[in-house]
Design a protein around this ligand. Structure first.
Ligand SMILES: C[S@@+](CC[C@H](N)C(=O)[O-])C[C@H]1O[C@@H](n2cnc3c(N)ncnc32)[C@H](O)[C@@H]1O
Length: 624
């Protein structure tokens, strides 16, 4: 069989798993792309991917790549390809077009030009041409535009393979089947089930995780109940090869069901979703092979005999869509308690968009995977259920906390691009100047009204108070979006980001304590060392926008006496001292800041006899 090229698409973040899976179908992965893998192999490998892939969305047989800088370019490329070997003259097709560029601004126009090219190719060689059928075509043409190039292929799957045919009814917030499969692989289920381990999802909703777990454990092909694949009326189809593969899948499935020894179960507190799960189970042909029951997590007591090893994998609600965040701490803690009580020695996997609640589980997580649930950033947290990993559950709820979330990915990407560009430019500049604390972004895009500062690589985000004309919810949505993209764009962990929502100040609230982390650390500016704290106060101990004045003072201080009224943390005095001031006096009313200023001066080797800091009311001091 000749070597073919395939592009197999998948949810973002699971490309590496797909790469391994394609290898097991006899395909050779060549290169990963975002949300897909390029691979080479035979048509048999392509068929196997359609029938057996638990992770793929679509399997596209690559035909060719053509220039698509303009609509005419694209048409010229398409019209020269040999479509007659793929689509019957009396058949039908549709074009699935993805992407846009300056000339091809929308997918409808792109698809139209591809259709024109294909139709004209047939017309030129005889007159008759296939019809276009958007709903039930014989062949689906995949056209993917990337800048000036268009990649063309036959969509062998014909539909997204996450639809296995068993889930017609959904619970609330269901997981996509192929994402569920990816979570099971990451949690080590294939190996644990091979060794006879068991599986439980205590919040199973419509049953996606137990159903996928059972199909894996019993070697059941996920595509075995699919009515029709995209290749069945494609001219290159090899029906004998395909029926042999179907037969093989049937035999393997029967043997797998006979040999399986894992106990697999799903529970949910909601009786109605358990009914839904039961219907899905029937449709998947797994009746009697997976146990289902309605029970709240807190009441789970693992009846009957379970293996010593196994996996509890679940996708609890995480506040965005299903329930109030305030109750979640208790739910995650109940989950931790239940598994510690019921299945010690097992592994626990929790897939959540609110990973901060992982701390409420009361176990130390040994591995975290960053993924997406649709567009929502989410994490898979893995735990070994073992006393040595136990910890005191923490309540993560901070009043007014905003959960990172992307509502509009295009807008988020624009923001991320701007931030990335700024960070690169500012980073280069700051390194040259010997500065480790600087502003990366200052409301450069008006809809993202934030000040983002980098302090020795840690990130401090402040939200400017939105004017009354801006809708509160919209402002919150943008803040959530910014918080979702900042860690990845600036290369930091989410925990290294501190976010403060700035309200208009009244009275002395600016100086009141916001938290009590006591996390002080040092930053550098023009040869001076300064202590900052990003968490405990509204401000950090260093006003970045005063840097030019501090530098000026440093450059003009040689041999001079320096008076700093309202000195705050004494940063300007430090610059004067480093610049060679002979004496200085710094005054502030606050005991905290007087102490902080003294420490800053000491850090820079100032002689306390000549450089004094005093607690005083500056106006009274001046009047005296
Ligand atoms: C995000 S959904 C799970 C979706 C599921 N993975 C699917 O694919 O359909 C979360 C589920 O947790 C269930 N749940 C919430 N609190 C629970 C509790 N205390 N005990 C058991 N189930 C609970 C909800 O009824 C809901 O079905």
């Amino acid at each position: 069989m000749s070597k073919l090229v395939f592009f197999v698409t998948c949810p973002k973040g699971i490309e590496y798993l797909l790469e391994d899976e394609l290898g097991s179908f006899g395909l050779t992965p060549v290169r990963n792309a975002p949300a897909g893998v390029w691979a080479e192999g035979t048509l048999e490998g392509g068929y196997r991917a359609c029938l057996w892939s638990r992770l793929a969305n679509r399997v596209i047989l690559h035909i060719d790549e053509v220039n698509a800088v303009s609509g005419d370019d694209l048409y010229d490329g398409v019209v020269h390809l040999d479509w007659q070997q793929h689509i019957a003259v009396d058949g039908s097709f549709r074009v699935m077009f993805l992407g846009q560029n300056e000339a091809i601004r929308n997918t409808q126009y792109g698809a139209q030009r591809v259709k024109d090219g294909i139709a004209d190719r047939f017309r030129a060689s005889g007159g008759q041409r296939p019809s276009v059928d958007a709903k039930n075509p014989d062949v689906t043409i995949s056209a993917r535009l990337n800048r000036g190039r268009l990649s063309l292929g036959i969509d062998l799957s014909g539909h997204s393979l996450h639809m296995r045919g068993y889930r017609v009814e959904k619970g609330l917030a269901p997981l996509k089947e192929n994402l569920a499969a990816a979570l099971l692989i990451r949690a080590g289920w294939p190996e644990i089930s091979r060794n006879g381990g068991d599986f439980i999802d205590p919040m199973c909703g419509s049953g996606t995780l137990p159903i996928e777990a059972a199909m894996m454990a019993m070697d059941l092909a996920p595509g075995r109940n699919v009515d029709r694949f995209g290749f069945e009326r494609w001219l290159g189809h090899q029906p004998d090869l395909w029926s042999a593969l179907r037969q093989e899948a049937k035999d393997r499935g029967e043997a797998g069901v006979k040999a399986a020894s894992s106990r697999i179960a799903g529970f949910d507190q909601d009786r109605r979703v358990i009914d839904t799960a039961r219907h899905n189970l029937q449709r998947a042909g797994l009746e009697g092979l997976v146990e289902l029951g309605s029970c709240p997590v807190a009441g789970l007591f693992f009846e009957g005999i379970w293996s010593e090893k196994g996996v509890v994998l679940t996708n609890p609600p995480y506040g965005e869509r299903l329930s109030d965040r305030k109750e979640l701490g208790a739910l995650y803690q109940a989950l931790g308690d239940a598994v510690k009580r019921g299945v010690p020695g097992w592994r626990l996997g929790v897939f959540t968009g609110a990973p901060e609640f992982g701390k409420s589980i009361g176990l130390r997580s040994y591995k975290q995977y960053r993924l997406f649930n649709g567009k929502l950033p989410a994490q898979l947290l893995l735990f070994e259920i073992d006393e040595v990993n136990a910890m005191t559950p923490h309540e993560p709820n901070v009043p007014g906390e905003v959960t990172p979330r992307i509502a509009n990915s295009e807008r988020a990407e624009m923001f991320a691009n701007r931030l990335k560009k700024n960070a690169k430019l500012m980073g280069q500049w700051a390194r040259k100047q010997g500065i480790s604390c600087y502003r990366v972004y200052d409301a450069d895009m008006p809809e993202f009204a934030l000040a983002i500062d980098s302090y020795e690589g840690r990130i401090h985000v402040q939200e400017y108070a939105a004017p009354k004309s801006v809708d509160e919810r919209a402002a919150r949505e943008r803040l959530a979006e910014a918080l979702a993209v900042i860690p990845g764009t600036l290369g930091i962990e989410r925990e290294e980001l501190v976010c403060k929502q700035r309200q208009r100040q009244s009275g002395t609230s600016q100086y009141e304590k916001q938290a009590a982390s006591n996390e002080f650390f040092q930053v550098h500016e023009h040869g001076c060392v300064l202590k900052v704290n990003l968490k405990d106060y509204l401000d950090t101990g260093l006003f970045l926008d005063h840097r030019p004045v501090r530098h000026w003072i440093q450059q003009h201080a040689q041999g001079k006496r320096f008076l700093n009224l309202f000195c705050y943390t004494g940063a300007a005095t430090v610059h004067a001292v480093v610049g060679g001031a002979s004496r200085s006096l710094s005054l502030d009313m606050s005991k905290t800041y007087v102490g902080w200023a003294e420490e800053n001066l000491a850090l820079n080797g100032a002689d306390p006899k000549r450089h004094k800091v005093e607690q005083a009311d500056c106006l009274a001091w001046l009047a005296a």
